[in-house]
Write a protein that binds this ligand. Structure first.
Ligand SMILES: C[S@@+](CC[C@H](N)C(=O)[O-])C[C@H]1O[C@@H](n2cnc3c(N)ncnc32)[C@H](O)[C@@H]1O
Length: 392
């Protein structure tokens, strides 16, 4: 309840995107907060991006301590952490393998249950669990190529895995589930994991889920899944758009240095172009420019502006002072990073709120539910796990 209240109370501060507003709407009410953020050093800004809750100067204005407390979740208990055999991680990326190990250790399997993986990709998690638990696992995935590759890998290793080409949103999925099904998913997005939860709630199936990408949903506005979530949102006036949901998963693992530098340049150039287009159009309003695939960024700021202007049918006159506009873009980039710290503070609380709504929905369906973390944040920031089973 307190979390809903805080998210609702501070909506006017965490919702506006600094990228779109040279001066944020809330700065009129909190001029000192804006000034303090703009004056932060690069080091302090990076420190707070990494850990928004420790030793934060934002605490003078915002409920940092209360939020920190509300997002503290237990690390879910694991089975005897026997290291899985080295050979099992063949064909799986290092980081993904560590996530699979952590997930597998925490899956509360009851012999006789039929494990079904949702959105399984090549079925790496299912293959590992089929070996570990010596039980057949069904892995649902809609891409035929991934199913074929996953099946071939399992057969080569003599593992009892059944890769099933299946759209998990199709109605027939429900027919394939039995009361003793145990549904699991590692990083299934938005509507896909919501469907898993709905079916589990209907059937009372056990669930082990690490949710991901809440914003991948067809609904433009979030309708809480639990009755309690709906009641609290109404009571406190919390309303979440699809764009708001994206905030919950904005934090990514630190990318390699060259990727980071490239992202920073792309952001500074976009902001430089934004200043330029405001001047040229005589209109002080943000103009969205389509995103560019990684590696497709033109080689100069001028080249980027020509590309962006073409997309938006803007004619660039001769004599533009490119250096001045590029510099303005870099200045705005630094400012945006600092002002984003307000949103960073509410990112994990929003993610925890969404996970709690999922947990509550299963509780309301009569399941016993645990919500906690399954691995360190450094392994994946999407480290929340929901475990549910029929009550003993
Ligand atoms: C983010 S990946 C996760 C894969 C795997 N669980 C992992 O952690 O590596 C999502 C997977 O879901 C699959 N997918 C997307 N929509 C689906 C649908 N409607 N039905 C079944 N699979 C789907 C994609 O093809 C992709 O393999």
């Amino acid at each position: 309840m307190h979390l809903t209240h805080l998210l609702a109370r501070w909506q006017p501060l965490w919702r506006p995107l600094p990228f779109q507003h040279p001066v944020l709407p809330w700065e009129a009410d909190y001029p000192e907060l804006g000034a303090m953020l703009r004056s932060l050093t690069d080091e302090d800004c990076a420190r707070l991006e990494d850990d928004p809750f420790t030793d934060s100067p934002l605490a003078r204005w915002l409920p940092v301590e209360a939020l920190a407390e509300l997002v503290t979740l237990p690390a879910l208990s694991a089975r005897n952490a026997t290291k899985l055999p080295e050979a099992w991680c063949q064909h799986v990326g290092g980081r993904k393998w560590q996530q699979i190990e952590a997930f597998a250790e925490r899956l509360a399997f009851i012999p006789g249950q039929k494990l079904v993986e949702w959105c399984a990709g090549k079925g790496h998690l299912s293959r590992t669990l089929a070996r570990l638990l010596e039980s057949e696992v069904s892995a649902l995935e809609w891409q035929q190529a991934l199913c074929d590759q996953g099946q071939a890998l399992a057969e080569r290793q003599g593992v009892a895995l059944r890769m099933c080409r299946q759209d998990v949103l199709a109605p027939e999925v429900a027919d394939a589930l039995k009361p003793d099904s145990h549904l699991m998913a590692l990083h299934a997005c938005g509507d896909l994991h919501v469907r898993l939860l709905e079916l589990a709630a209907e059937r009372g199936s056990a669930v082990t889920l690490a949710p991901c990408c809440y914003q991948r949903t067809t609904a433009e506005h979030y309708r809480p899944l639990s009755r309690e979530g709906r009641r609290l949102c109404e009571r406190f006036g919390l309303s979440l758009s699809r764009e708001d949901l994206a905030l919950a998963v904005q934090e990514t693992v630190t990318a390699p240095r060259n990727v980071r530098l490239n992202r920073q340049k792309a952001s500074a150039w976009r902001l430089g172009f934004d200043e330029l287009q405001r001047e040229l159009r005589g209109l002080d309003a943000y103009l969205p420019v389509p995103s560019l695939a990684y590696g497709a960024l033109p080689s100069s700021f001028e080249g980027f502006c020509h590309w962006a202007a073409d997309r938006k049918a803007i004619t660039l006159p001769d004599g533009i002072d490119w250096a001045r506009h590029e510099q303005a873009g870099w200045r705005r980039h630094g400012e945006v990073a600092r002002l984003e710290l307000v949103r960073h503070l509410f990112r994990r609380p929003l993610e925890v709120w969404l996970a709690r709504d999922r947990a509550r929905m299963l509780e309301e369906a009569g399941l016993a539910v645990e919500l906690g973390t399954f691995c360190k944040r450094s392994l994946t920031p999407r480290n929340l796990m929901l475990r549910a089973r029929a009550p003993a």
